[in-house]
Unconditional design. Structure first.
Length: 220
């Protein structure tokens, strides 16, 4: 199986900055307060308090990683609603990943359990590192669009032969059902029921396929 995706024809510095539109689903244990609002967010303002240096030796940090504060605005029948949310920054939070890199981030939308954002970097290597570190904190990452300089890049073919038949079946069902749309046209439980498997198994198949696609997309 192969899949087409936007990819820059020239990743050198002379081509200008690289902008990637990413859809990121933080791990459920991250405790992200923003994706737990159960509604699409129209406006998002966030502040991360500096991380402390007393993280545990095993890499986990719990409440010692700092705090996340955010104001979100979402629409309702009676007009815009504002909510202030806060939580501890944990070892599986996605936001600290971006603070470790030379990049510019812009939140496009937050819908359900996913954050869609545009990340501007100087090179594909920087983007590859960001995606790898997001996956290391067990976030699901999909590259929706990639633009080099002022124009959209050429279409390239991604070899996805490593995806198994079961993973491909789950991925094709998810796409056809609108699982990757914003807002989503279906949920994981419905996909699992269609495949006659558990919700956990459906999540694992999709996550495995998405990871292989992203790695193939960013491969040299």
């Amino acid at each position: 199986m192969s899949q087409s995706a936007h990819s820059p024809s020239d990743t050198g510095s002379t081509a200008g900055p690289l902008r990637a539109r990413l859809s990121i689903t933080p791990h459920v244990s991250s405790g992200c307060p923003v994706v737990r609002t159960d509604r699409s967010i129209d406006k998002f303002t966030q502040n991360l308090k500096p991380q402390r240096t007393d993280a545990s030796q095993d890499g986990g940090c719990g409440s010692d990683c700092g705090e996340c504060h955010a104001e979100v605005t979402f629409g309702s029948d009676s007009g815009p609603k504002h909510r202030y949310v806060t939580s501890a920054v944990t070892a599986r939070c996605i936001c600290p990943v971006f603070e470790q890199h030379d990049c510019i981030t812009e939140i496009n939308t937050i819908s359900g359990d996913s954050v869609v954002m545009t990340v501007t970097v100087q090179s594909r290597d920087e983007l590859r590192s960001i995606v790898t570190e997001l996956q290391a904190v067990e976030a699901r990452v999909s590259v929706e669009r990639l633009v080099q300089g002022d124009r959209s890049a050429a279409i390239t073919e991604i070899e996805t032969g490593a995806i198994t038949d079961k993973q491909e079946e789950a991925l094709e069902l998810a796409v056809a059902s609108g699982y990757y749309e914003k807002p989503r046209g279906t949920d994981l439980g419905t996909i699992a029921a269609e495949l006659d498997i558990s919700e956990s198994a459906a999540s694992q198949r999709l996550n495995a396929a998405e990871t292989k696609l992203v790695k193939a997309f960013l491969a040299d």
